[in-house]
Design a protein around this ligand. Structure first.
Ligand SMILES: Nc1ncnc2c1ncn2[C@@H]1O[C@H](COP(=O)(O)OP(=O)(O)OP(=O)(O)O)[C@@H](O)[C@H]1O
Ligand SMILES: [Mg+2]
Length: 369
């Protein structure tokens, strides 16, 4: 057995998802999962920390608080799966992105900051921790994101001989195209998904998210607003590209909304923005996928999935990843467990055709237990 814990908390800042997986060179077995919701107070602190001017002291304190929650998730996960710590190889932790600044132009290098007190987590869990997965790709001129397409290829690529696309609906949406031949892999962030939906409903209804898109469904689509949003250069920019909440946030949205609007109509329009930007991205792929496999928390938003299906120019089936035996909520954390395994096995895991990095690289760094 080769057991890895994968930890993920994405741009939605909803929860820390922990999974336990048994990983071999050509397979990954899911053994259990435990999610710990990020408490409102910590979420608020994390949101306020998403600024390039964060103080060092604040960064350090917040890192501890975040790592404490990660340690809780791991303890609970191991208790629930009845796996002794001694049997686990390592924890692979993505960390909480506070600022993602990929290179804007070819030849430049960007940076991406993930809050993650790896040493403290290692001490608390008595496990080695592998972390900082994006830095090497960024140092090679890449976007440092998305990193999941290689994993999507690993778990979904072999399940189908036909070309398929995998769509992760997290805070930001990203797509991986798994073609029918071993051509260059394709993957990029298509634009905002849950991050704007969550922030807008939090502002107007004090709810953390729009359950099943019920609120959005009550609104009317504002076509003028939708077109203005879709006109943002991000959507027409060719890949490689990646983004985050430092770009797609309420300040970004407010540039486009007038003074008189119904909040519910804006929510409705934001759903359409995600659906349309996903559909446009699919149109730009070299061949039409035969299926769209959806994962991430947004896969549970029935209205959003309906709209994505509606906006596709080719009527391909939209299915969630559970049809492939993987719960949509676990895919990202499993990807990081696998990236941890790749690090320990010296396997490069970035895809330069996706990130734009100048070469393949082993991703991450490791601190011992
Ligand atoms: N039943 C549901 N209806 C609507 N939205 C849902 C539902 N369940 C989950 N979500 C959405 O999914 C979000 C969490 O998704 P997820 O954890 O995949 O995103 P993330 O943490 O941002 O990950 P990443 O950005 O790395 O992909 C929630 O904030 C919420 O918006
Ligand atoms: Mg999440």
């Amino acid at each position: 057995m080769s057991l890895y814990v994968g930890l993920m908390s994405g741009t939605s800042m909803d929860a820390i998802d922990a999974v336990l997986c048994d990983i071999e060179p050509n397979r990954i077995d899911f053994m259990g999962a435990h999610s710990v919701a990020i408490p409102a107070l910590l979420k608020d602190k994390l949101e306020r920390a998403c600024t390039p001017d964060l103080s060092v002291t604040h960064y350090h304190q917040l890192g501890r608080e975040y790592a404490e929650l990660c340690a809780q998730a791991i303890h609970q996960l191991l208790k629930q799966t009845r796996i002794p710590v001694s049997q686990v190889e390592a924890v692979a932790s993505h960390g909480q992105t506070l600022w993602h600044a990929p290179p804007k132009n070819k030849g430049e290098t960007g940076f991406s900051i993930q809050l993650n007190d790896a040493d403290w987590l290692a001490v608390k869990t008595e496990l080695p921790v592998i972390f900082d997965f994006r830095a090497r790709d960024l140092a090679l001129g890449g976007q440092g994101a998305p990193l999941v397409p290689a994993f999507h290829q690993f778990i979904f690529g072999n399940a189908s001989t036909d070309p398929i696309a995998v769509l992760n609906l997290g805070g930001i949406a990203n797509i991986s195209f798994l073609g029918s031949s071993a051509k260059q892999a394709i993957g990029f962030d298509t634009g905002p998904a849950n991050t704007l939906l969550d922030q807008w409903i939090a502002r107007h209804k004090s709810e953390r998210f729009d359950h099943n898109g019920v609120w959005a469904q009550q609104g009317a689509l504002d076509t003028a607003l939708l077109n203005a949003l879709l006109n943002d250069p991000y959507f027409s920019h060719p890949p490689p590209k990646s983004s985050g909440r430092e770009y797609f946030n309420l300040t970004w949205l407010e540039q486009f909304i007038g003074e008189r609007y119904r909040p519910v109509d804006v929510q409705r329009t934001l759903v359409e923005l995600t659906a349309k930007s996903v559909a446009q991205s699919l149109n730009e792929l070299p061949e039409t996928p035969t299926k769209l496999v959806v994962c991430g928390g947004g896969a549970f938003n029935r209205f959003l999935l309906e709209r994505i299906q509606h906006c596709l120019s080719d009527p391909i089936p939209v299915v969630d990843s559970s049809k492939f035996g993987v719960d949509p909520q676990h895919v990202e954390a499993m990807a990081f467990a696998w990236l941890g395994w790749c690090f320990d096995n010296k396997k490069p895991a970035n895809l330069p055709s996706v990130t734009g990095a100048s070469q393949l690289a082993i991703l991450g760094k490791r601190v011992s237990a």
